[in-house]
Design a protein around this ligand. Sequence first.
Ligand SMILES: *Cc1c(COP(=O)(O)O)cnc(C)c1O
Length: 369
Amino acid sequence: MIDYENLRKVNEPFFAGFKQVFSQTLESGWYILGKNVERFEQEFADYCGVGHCVGVASGLDALVLSLKVYEFPAGSEVIVPSNTYIATILAILQCGLKPVLAEPDLRTCNIDPERIEEQITGRTVAIMVVHLYGKICAMDRIMEIGQRHGLRVFEDCAQAHGARLRETKAGAFGDCAAFSFYPTKNLGALGDAGAVTTNDRAVAAKIRMLRNYGSIRKYYNEMVGMNSRLDEIQAAFLSLKLAGLDRINGHKRKLAGLYQQGLRADFVKPLIEDDFFDVYHIYNIRHPRRDELKAYLAENSIGTEIHYPVAPHRQKALHGMFEGKDYPLADQIHATTLSLPVSACHSEEDIVRVIEVMNRFGKGEGGAG
Ligand SMILES: *Cc1c(COP(=O)(O)O)cnc(C)c1O
């Protein structure tokens, strides 16, 4: 069996270190907002090449806090890709703002800069890009559009830890960026965790307050904040794993390279472009007979996932919000995309096996073997 993902195996190389920092943190008697969080924040800011990092409780909270800090008027519009994971849209809604969907570029599955401008109105305040699957968006164009229209630019970096466009890493382009350290992400904790990165000192200071009941001095509250803190224990685990992030990204890139070379041409593969350093949180292909392909791979003991089976505008939770609008490209991606094994726990042999089985799909010799 080749699992889609095996978090036990992914984390195994860190077990001894985890046990050690767990003991240290346990013995320290200090569990919330202490030295471990401070250290990880500094390390992660340095890693991303940004001035400030604020640890929070999840990727969703990181998105919410980055939007909240700007205090946009209620109902202001935020442009977001139509094929993102729903969390990006939920964060916009939680802040009392209006998500406006822009369709992706089918070649990259990232928001299409040409389609951003079509969506700008007098109420637009920001563009929220999502570096989906681990590939940076067309940030040269997008930053230029943002500047020309006086819009803030936010980055959802939940799938893009360490991804680059030339020398700039995810989290260092926009006004504010949100990271998730959900266990399956390229940098994953052993529970929920997230962070905001920014180059704006005042914004970072405000988010530090907002994540902790709007307070810096205990029992004195300056803002209506929330409780969204990164735990000391998760911060310690994340520091250990951050040291291994480049190795994990390198491994995923190597496996993606095998697919890229080995897979038959009728599987639509991710685009590789000069200047873009993609980290393949997800390695997805598109195929018109996706569901059949998924079932065929399962019969051959190969696990796959679909990111994502339902486009946001078709989710029950968002019913009525995008009435009368069509998002055919999002629909097309959601109907045809399939994510293949590409994790730190997979070997090159695993991937060679997946390629071999895939290349037999539909050739009348698809049986297990
Ligand atoms: C995982 C993810 C999130 C949410 O992160 P959580 O830590 O689960 O809250 C947001 N956006 C994208 C694109 C994601 O992949």
